[in-house]
Design a protein around this ligand. Structure first.
Ligand code: S3P
Length: 428
């Protein structure tokens, strides 16, 4: 098990981050959506993290030809996606497994999706049930809820589905199924979840419209889509660790360069701003989505905040935001966040356990928690194999020193995290 020690560093820093990891959600989708074209897709700045490399290798197992030059890749789809001769390993990636389930449900053949021990314990019913309802044959442990999932792909019926959860993974799986269904399908969620799928597929020529009531209309594909030609922007969820570091270190500042400014992805920065940090967003271009820089600077001690709306827009950043809450004035509250329980770890439990080890008082609720602001003290943290827990407490370490066990998981999403962190503090 890899362990790391972060040294306390209270001196100001000024960080220009032009090498934050490329966006994980967009990279997964690049690997998968390129299979819906009949031409070669060109992807620059693909995330070379374990999760997205798993999705890329599944694309190859399905018959695609992939050329890689560092993080620049081309993906040439096969004439017809073929049944692989082995199981398909999604690693730690819920996005990989759930989106591939939707894609493969409509393809003739037999497929087995599996993953690491953490992914094999995460719920898959959220995609398996609606996909089965439209004719997909999906099975797995616990009545098809747990991977390994077996999928026998084939003809899919159109659907009208009002999702009980605001999840981009569920939405994307159903959109991919809808593109292969017999007739037009409709999907609705209560709060718009991250919409990379709609934006990218529309850019590739798919007919996906959203009406005024939020119903997404999906036309089945009549011909292959145009190929992708994209430079993946930086991942705002990865950049957010350094945003928190600057917001809690006096006289410090970070600029996260070339990051997606998609409104469904930057809500956590807005919460940090509400807590008192100085934050500015500068849009520079729009390729599939708005892209630009985010500047974050220290502006005095943060104030407590209640987070209860638009939870899907900041779900991945809540562990890092909790570090900011731990050093803010007052008690912060997180509500309506039961989805945290089924992420790479049960993040309500792992965040609170970590904060308690650092002498921060917390109160746990079924679907949220409270953090009583105080001063973090040095501790030894178990990541429970969850990359965002490991990185959040590494950032807390800048403030008070920290030892973190089981850090290999960071490679799933942000392989150069410690290279960037080493500009701020010493790491052993
Ligand atoms: C993701 C969607 C989110 C997010 C995950 C990536 C995606 O999950 O937490 O890290 O790429 O679609 P849900 O859609 O399950 O909320």
């Amino acid at each position: 098990m890899r362990t790391i020690s972060i040294q306390k560093h209270s001196k100001p820093f000024n960080l220009e981050c032009s090498d934050i990891a490329p966006d994980k959600s967009i990279s997964h989708r690049c690997a998968m959506f390129s299979l819906l074209s009949d031409e070669t897709s060109t992807i620059k700045n693909f995330l070379l993290g374990e999760d997205t490399l798993s999705s890329l290798s599944i694309a190859e197992q399905l018959g695609a030809t992939v050329f890689r030059n560092g993080s620049d890749i081309t993906i040439t789809p096969p004439k017809k996606l073929s049944e692989p001769d082995n199981i398909l390993d999604c690693g730690n990636a819920g996005t990989g497994m759930r989106l591939y389930a939707g894609l493969l449900a409509g393809i003739e053949g037999s497929f087995i999706l599996t993953g690491d021990k953490y992914l094999r314990s995460r719920p898959m019913n959220r995609v398996a049930i609606p996909l089965r309802d439209i004719g997909a044959k999906i099975d797995g442990r616990e009545d098809g809820n747990l991977a390994p999932l077996t999928i026998r792909g084939g003809t899919l019926n159109s659907f009208r589905y009002n999702s009980p959860i605001d999840s981009a993974q569920v939405k994307s799986a159903l959109i991919l199924a809808g593109l292969q269904a017999d007739k037009k399908s409709f999907y609705k969620e209560n709060l718009l979840s991250r919409d990379h799928t709609e934006r990218m597929l529309r850019g590739m020529g798919a007919t996906i419209r959203t009406d005024k009531d939020g119903w997404i209309e999906i036309e089945p594909l009549k011909k292959p889509l145009k190929p992708l030609n994209i430079t993946v922007p930086a991942d705002p969820s990865s950049g957010f660790f350094f945003a928190v570091a600057s917001a809690i270190t006096p006289n410090s500042k970070s600029i996260i360069k070339n990051v997606t400014l998609n409104p469904t992805r930057i809500e956590a920065y807005k919460i940090l701003e509400k807590m008192g940090a100085n934050i500015s967003f500068v849009e520079k271009e729009n390729i599939y989505e708005p892209i630009g820089d985010i500047e974050i600077s220290y502006n005095g001690k943060l104030s407590a905040v209640t987070v209860e709306n638009n939870i899907a827009w900041l779900i991945d950043e809540l562990p890092a935001l909790s570090i900011a809450m731990a050093v803010a004035n007052g008690t912060s509250r997180v509500k309506n966040a039961k989805e945290l329980r089924v992420k790479e770890s049960d993040r309500i439990s792992t965040v609170l356990q970590g904060l308690n080890s650092c002498n921060i008082e917390t109160i746990e609720h079924k679907d949220g928690y409270e953090v009583v602001g105080g001063e973090l003290s040095s501790a030894t943290i178990n990541s429970y194999g969850d990359h965002r827990i490991a990185m959040s407490f590494a950032i807390a370490g800048v403030r008070c020193g920290m030892k973190i066990n089981d850090i290999a998981c960071i490679d799933t999403s942000f392989p150069n995290f410690f290279d960037i962190l080493s500009h701020i503090t010493n790491i052993e």
